[in-house]
Design a protein around this ligand. Sequence first.
Ligand SMILES: [Zn+2]
Length: 97
Amino acid sequence: MTPQLPQRTCVGCRRVRSRPELVRLALGSHGQVTLDARNQLPGRGAYLCADGSDCLTQARRRRALTRSLRVGEDVINYEELSATLEALRQEVQPSPR
Ligand SMILES: [Zn+2]
């Protein structure tokens, strides 16, 4: 028997996936939205597909992060989040050789 993995909804594409397939976003120590790659940040979290390159864009369009995290758009740096997500993907999926 395999234990049921916790399910979360991606705030971008709204797909329900198991927790390891998603990355958590939460408020950092300076009150800005940051990628919580190690799941260490307390408080509210929002989830995005770890492998979905378009999920952040969709979340932005719908203002899903501001709703989930109850913050203003001004503390969300989408360019930075996008870059961090991209870096994370490179890390998770080593380039084939
Ligand atoms: Zn997604």
